[in-house]
Design a protein around this ligand. Structure first.
Ligand SMILES: [Zn+2]
Length: 586
């Protein structure tokens, strides 16, 4: 044969091979994506079929040339049509396969699909070499692996915590994500993105939405999205404990950060300074307020989002539903219905202080009392109550608002947090002049609250006369009732409680099952210690007491410690010893 023709034929074959291979990869990638997002049954079969085809194309063309290529292309087409038939039954008309929109969708992302594919091959090459495989075998193994991974991760779509790298990467890239029903709004109430516009459908935005939905589904209170050398990690704070949700590649992570910055009205171009922003979300009929904070780190920007559910259930139900035992509850209700005085809730960050203060406040009849709150910032909107936000940057502080509010004849005041001497002083004076003041303070327990106020430089006589009661609080995770395991109580535990052997037959220990995401816990319960001021403690305060003196006095006053309240909740099967130890010794 004429050598020129042979060369031309060879070149043509090579070009065709490249074209078909690219189409094959793009299509396979798209199929994987759709299988995941639509939960198409037997996803792995489609994927294996496509990967076998890719292999056939490679081997066939090398040995049999153009005819093999033609045959494989035909086979591919048949497979694709079969898939399309299943697919089209599951999607709205505009998303059907082989429409103009669909062809665009498959091929628009071709460069990024190929890039992803080649980097995957490269990684597998290195692995393949290690295992003594030839490069092509490595590549083929890589291809098969990729489909297996995708098939596994997506086939078992119901599996929670699917933290496999493949699922994560895919999720991050906006794969396998149908636009979820979540309504994102900027702080001024405008939609964050034009409905179904290009922006709204971009993979970064879809991935950001998916991340937010995950957090809401799992009732997380915070989302941490942070980079390290190799990847971005999504961690969710559920029941007070951070849990890794998934990881995404750095590039995708940066894209998601940008999307989140747009939603929360931050400056996208600013990457060196920390920024704050807010937005809101409506999901499953729940309304959420989101507080985003973006900070630069050595590996890139980190985003932390606080998830606040509006009109939280606890506020409506009052004090009786937050796990306070009846003996404490009776005392507490007596305290908060006094005409004047001060009630402090104390504990570390994230111990549920705010919830308890609001729950207490909700027991006071707003129609008959003038109630004003000063908060940083206002977290829950309450009916019939005046709520004012602190704005430290603008010089609007707890102290300055408190001063002006006191001129408006309030009966009941809520001061979000006492942090400084000035605020503490005005709040105490208000409590002494016919107002009832609710507030929180960051301290370890009830007696530490008193020493903390003394440390702020507050006059001991002021504390002595103003403070009515202090409630110390922690949040412990509740044992999952589906999987908790009965165990014999250890002797030192019984001794601590002063229980006779044999009275408490068993307590429970955490195990972990599907219902609780393998943590062994579900939901949280408060541990409480209530210190009501009596003459002995009041007398002690002015004598520069040590924390031990105060503690002894509190014990004589029958204040049950946080640990003891926790141990009782262990006996009741609500939580475990390790959990009580964890939250009370932190
Ligand atoms: Zn469980």
């Amino acid at each position: 044969m004429n050598p020129a023709i042979t060369t031309a034929y060879g070149t043509l074959l090579l070009l065709a091979f490249a074209g078909i291979a690219a189409a094959c990869i793009a299509t396979a990638d798209w199929v994987a994506e759709r299988c995941g997002s639509l939960k198409i049954p037997n996803a792995d079969r489609w994927l294996i079929a496509t990967s076998v085809n890719a292999g056939l194309l490679l081997v066939g063309t090398i040995f049999f040339g153009g005819w093999a290529m033609l045959a494989v292309t035909l086979l591919l087409a048949i497979e694709f049509f079969l898939f399309a038939r299943v697919h089209d039954r599951l999607v709205p008309a505009k998303d059907r396969a082989l429409t103009k929109h669909n062809v665009n969708e498959v091929f628009k992302g071709l460069p990024s699909r190929l890039k992803r594919f080649s980097s995957m091959i490269r990684r597998k090459f290195q692995k393949g070499d290690d295992a003594g495989l030839t490069p092509s075998a490595g590549a083929a193994a890589g291809l098969a692996d990729r489909f297996k991974e995708l098939g596994g991760a997506f086939g078992g779509g119901a599996k929670k915590n699917a933290a496999t790298a493949a699922a994560a990467a895919a999720a991050a890239l906006g794969h396998a994500i149908t636009p979820v029903k979540i309504d994102l709004r900027k702080k001024d109430g405008r939609p964050a993105f034009e409905t179904n516009g290009d922006d709204a459908m971009s993979s970064n935005v879809l991935a950001a939405r998916k991340m937010l939905v995950d957090a809401m589904e799992r009732e997380a209170t915070d989302i941490h999205f942070e980079p390290n050398e190799k990847q971005y990690t999504v961690r969710l704070r559920v029941d007070g404990v951070l849990q890794t949700d998934l990881t995404v590649p750095v590039d995708a992570g940066k894209g998601i950060i940008s999307a989140l910055k747009v939603i929360s009205d931050m400056d996208i171009a600013e990457r060196r300074r920390p920024q704050d922003g807010t937005f809101s979300a409506i999901y499953n009929e729940g309304k959420y307020d989101m507080r985003a904070a973006c900070t630069p780190t050595s590996y890139g920007e980190k985003m932390v989002i606080r998830v606040l559910k509006s009109s939280g259930g606890m506020l409506k139900t009052g004090l009786s539903n937050i796990g306070i035992r009846n003996s404490i509850l009776t005392q507490l209700r007596e305290v908060i219905h006094k005409p004047y005085g001060m009630f402090l809730v104390t504990g570390p960050t994230g111990s549920g202080k705010t919830t308890t203060v609001y729950a207490s406040l909700s027991e006071i009849d707003a129609a008959q009392h003038n109630i004003t709150t000063i908060e940083d910032p206002v977290e829950y909107r309450l009916d019939g109550i005046t709520q004012i936000s602190v704005n430290t940057a603008a010089g609007v502080t707890f102290a300055s608002i408190l001063r002006s509010v006191l001129r408006q004849d309030p009966d009941v005041l809520l001061v979000g947090e006492i942090r400084d001497k000035e605020t503490a002083e005005i709040a105490c004076q208000a409590a002494l002049t016919g107002h009832f003041v609710f507030s929180t303070l960051h301290a370890n327990d009830t007696v530490a609250t008193i020493t903390r106020m003394l440390d702020l430089g507050l006059d001991a006589t002021l504390i002595q006369t103003a403070v009515t009661a202090v409630l110390g609080q922690r949040l412990a995770r509740k044992l999952c009732t589906q999987c908790r395991q009965p165990v014999e109580p250890p002797p030192e535990f019984l001794q601590r409680l002063g229980a006779k052997p044999g009275v408490i037959k068993h307590i429970y220990r955490e195990k972990g099952c599907e219902a609780c995401g393998n943590t062994g816990f579900k939901g949280r319960v408060g541990l409480h210690e209530l210190l009501v001021m009596n003459d002995e403690i009041r007398g002690l305060i002015v004598e520069q007491p040590s924390i031990q003196d105060l503690r002894a006095a509190a014990r004589r006053n029958k204040t049950r410690s946080l640990q003891t309240d926790g141990m009782l909740k262990v006996v009741e099967g609500i939580t475990s010893i390790s959990e009580v130890v964890r939250v009370t010794t932190a």
